[in-house]
Design a protein around this ligand. Sequence first.
Ligand code: PLP
Length: 367
Amino acid sequence: MTRHFNFCAGPAALPTAVLERARDEMLDYRGHGLSVMEMSHRSAEYVAIAEKAEADLRELLAIPANYRVLFTQGGATQQFAAVPYNLLGNGGTANFVDTGIWSRKAIAESHHLFGDARVAASSEASGNTRVPQQGEIELSHDAAYLHVTANETIGGLAFDYTPRAVRPDGGEVPLVCDMSSSILSGPLDVSRYGVIYAGAQKNIGPAGLVVVIVRDDLLERARPDMPTLFGYKTLAEGGSMVNTPATYSWYLAGLVFEWLRHDIGGLPAMEAINARKAAKLYAAIDDSELYSNPIAPANRSRMNVPFVLADERLDRPFLAEAEQAGLLNLKGHRSVGGMRASLYNAVPEAAVDALIDFMADFENRKG
Ligand SMILES: *Cc1c(COP(=O)(O)O)cnc(C)c1O
C-alpha cells in the first residue's frame, strides 16, 4: 500500500494515524461488537463518542462556557442561509467583507433569501490580493452582524487580524466567520466572534459535517419562518441530535481532535508546523523564475497556496509529472486556473518538502 501526498483543497487529506485508528475500530468498536457507523445515535456508546469530540474541541480552542458547539449538516454552504435566518430575527441587514469567491457565495445567498446584503468592504479592487484593513470596513447603520471569510480557499487570501464589527453609531454587532478552511490551524480567540462555522472536509474530518460555535445570547435572534433544522437554538437544545446526525463523520472528527491534542500537542504546536510549511513553499515560489503568487505577503494563506507557471503551456506537464511523483490534486480551482497546494493540518511537512523538490526539478528541466 502506498499513500501519496494529497494537496486537495477539499475533501482533503486526513492524518494517517486517524485513518489507521478508524480502520482498527471499523468492525468492532472497542468491544461493543459493531461499527460506529451501525450504532444508534441515542446509544450510550455513541453519545460518549459525541460528547468526547465536543469536549476535545472545546479544550483545543479554549471555547468559553457561554458558547454552544453544534455538529450539523448541509455543508458550509447551508450556513450561508442558516446564519441570516438565525441572526436577522430582530431586523437589520447582513453586512459582509468580500474577499473572494466564498464570501461572494455567502453574499449571494443572503441576497437571494432576504433581498439585502451590504458589502462593507471588498478586496475586489486589489484583484483579491489584499484583505481590507479595519479602517476600510464601513458597516451600515442597520447592520445586524458582519460576516467575514477567514481564509479564501480558492484565492489563497487570509485575514491577518480579527476585525471589529462596529456600526457608524459606535454599536458593536456580532462578528460571524466562515472558518471552513482555516479552523484548528492555530489557536483562536473564540470570544471575539458571535458565530464561527466550518465545513469539516478541510481541517476537521470527512465531508458531511459542519461545526458551528455560537455565543448563547445569539440563540434568541432567529426569524420565525426558519426551517427547523437550521435553528441554532433547536440544535443546541437537542444536543445536535434533532434528527440523525452525520454520526461517522462526527466520530472521525473526534479522532482528529484527539490527534491534534495528543499526537501534535495542541494548536500552538500545530500553528508552528503550519507556519513552517507555508513559509518554505512561498519562499520556493518567490525564489523561482517559473512560479509566482500575487497575494500581499501579510495576507497569504497558510492553508491554500495558489501559484501560476510563467508559461501556461507547462501546466499540463507539471500536473502529469507531479502525479507521477505521487503529488496529487495540485490543479488550481477551475475559476482561477494555475496550481493550488492545500497544506492543511494533515498534510505532513514531508509532503511540502517533496513538492518543493519536484518544483525545483521541473523548473530546472523546463523553466
Ligand atoms: C469549502 C468551503 C465552503 C463550502 O463548503 P461546502 O461544505 O462544500 O458547502 C465554504 N466556505 C469556505 C471558506 C470553504 O473553504
